[in-house]
Design a protein. Structure first.
Length: 444
């Protein structure tokens, strides 16, 4: 374990670099160096400051450092609608319309005012540029089983009707699940219905074979790449939903491996021969951080950040974010209504508590400086608020042991955060004053 919390805050205060404005963000990005993949995390899926800082850093990486796309912890087909909008290829009139594809839980992650403002900026930045110089917007995740099936069939209907017919026969294997991938996973796992593994693998292999042979009327280019990736999503999603009923680590690892493969495929597709594109990732700390420095890794789980570090040494920068207290938009149960809720003050002995004692509203520290200040690979509690927040079981639900100086390359701390604001939903919950409930901090 590291030093006592009070001692740690004294040394952290000496290495903390305040974030007050644009110049401080520029100095932060000077640390990116030669990194080709910059992953920007978040300590929750519903805090305005995380989204706002992430967008500010991303704008600078695209405009000043040659990065070519944003890749989010969201589904591939949903993000493609946004990609068409920011590249000025779609029919949507505005950011709100372009984000409408994010319908399933948790829609607030992407259908909020911060994301809308960013993609409007990206569309504006792309405007005067040639199509091949425009920055894109893509999704990493694999939850979109049925949406991806529709995407593959739609493409094949136009490209090759015979191939579309074969694909429909293969994907009909999922019909018994009634459109619910969880229902499919349970039935297949416990032998209550046929598994579709052979069918989805056969479809992907067939598409790969036809592409390699350039046979039939299958085109190359973006359309073909998007269809191929949708087929890959289907294959991995089928395995993921079966794995969900076999233990957390197997499904988690399959998901983050899929994210890693998607990121590499995108880098190759968007880059030049021998020069993969430079990409920015928006995902939760739990995916961005290196699992080998956490209790997650000790439990057999890997992460996107870890895999990319291992595949591409010295080309990846991992940025984590933390907070002490404030408010967050979240749900209290899976698939539940989102609402603003108070973020409990961080627990004594945690990294968040040590950062709070520094006394700055927002700052950053590098991993190297943090390791020196902590006297080595110090381990403390680290908080992670996901889609569901359970303040009543804060310690067991949202904290795990982590060596922050090994988990990330750089950490940004925002002492008080506010809930993201939705642009298309009126909630019946307590109104916010400057992002915080009127009764903050007592909640009474």
């Amino acid at each position: 374990m590291g030093s006592a919390p009070g001692d740690a805050s004294d040394t952290i205060a000496q290495i903390a670099r305040p974030i007050r404005g644009e110049q401080d963000l520029e100095q932060l990005l000077d640390l990116v160096g030669a990194a080709r993949i910059v992953m920007i995390g978040e300590a929750s899926h519903g805090s305005h400051e995380f989204y706002d800082l992430r967008a500010s850093l991303t704008r600078k990486l695209i405009a000043n450092h040659g990065f070519g796309a944003v890749v989010i912890e969201g589904d591939w087909p949903d993000a493609l609608r946004v990609d068409r909008y920011v590249r000025r290829q779609g029919d949507d009139d505005g950011a709100h319309d372009a984000l409408a594809a994010f319908e399933r839980f948790p829609s607030w992650m992407w259908r909020n005012t911060d994301v809308a403002a960013f993609i409007d900026w990206l569309r504006g930045w792309n405007g005067p540029r040639a199509p091949e110089q425009r920055a894109g917007f893509y999704g990493l995740d694999l939850y979109s089983l049925h949406a991806s099936i529709r995407a593959v069939l739609s493409f094949l209907d136009e490209a090759d009707s015979a191939a579309a017919g074969i694909a429909r026969e293969r994907y009909a294997c999922f019909d018994h699940a009634g459109g619910d991938p969880l229902h499919y996973g349970a039935q297949a796992k416990f032998g209550l219905a046929d598994r579709c593994e052979d069918e989805v693998v056969a479809q992907l292999v067939e598409m790969q074979r036809r592409h390699a042979a350039r046979s039939g009327r299958m085109p190359s280019g973006d359309g073909w790449f998007h269809a191929m990736q949708s087929a890959q999503v289907i294959k991995d999603a089928e395995a993921y939903y079966r794995a969900m009923f076999g233990g957390r680590s197997s499904s988690w690892n399959l998901r983050d491996t899929h994210m890693s493969d998607t990121l590499d495929l995108l880098a190759e597709h968007l880059g030049a021969k021998g020069r993969p594109a430079k990409l920015i990732v928006w995902a939760h700390n739990s995916h961005v951080g290196d699992a080998r420095a956490t209790a997650m890794g000790a439990g057999g789980e890997l992460t996107l950040g870890q895999v990319m570090r291992q595949r591409h040494p010295r080309e990846v920068m991992l940025i984590g974010m933390t907070t002490h207290t404030g408010a967050v938009r979240c749900a209290h149960e899976w698939d539940g209504q989102s609402m603003p809720d108070l973020v409990q003050p961080s627990l004594a002995g945690s990294w968040e508590a040590a950062f709070h004692e520094v006394g700055l509203p927002r700052f950053y520290v590098t991993a190297a400086a943090l390791a020196r200040a902590s006297g080595g690979p110090a381990e403390r509690l680290h908080r992670a608020i996901g889609l569901v927040y359970r303040p009543d079981t804060e310690r067991s639900s949202h904290y795990y042991q982590a060596r922050l100086a090994e988990q990330y390359d750089l950490v940004i701390h925002v002492d008080t955060t506010h809930a993201v604001k939705l642009f298309d939903v009126t909630t019946p919950f307590e109104p916010l004053v400057d992002g915080l409930p009127e009764t903050f901090p007592t909640g009474l």
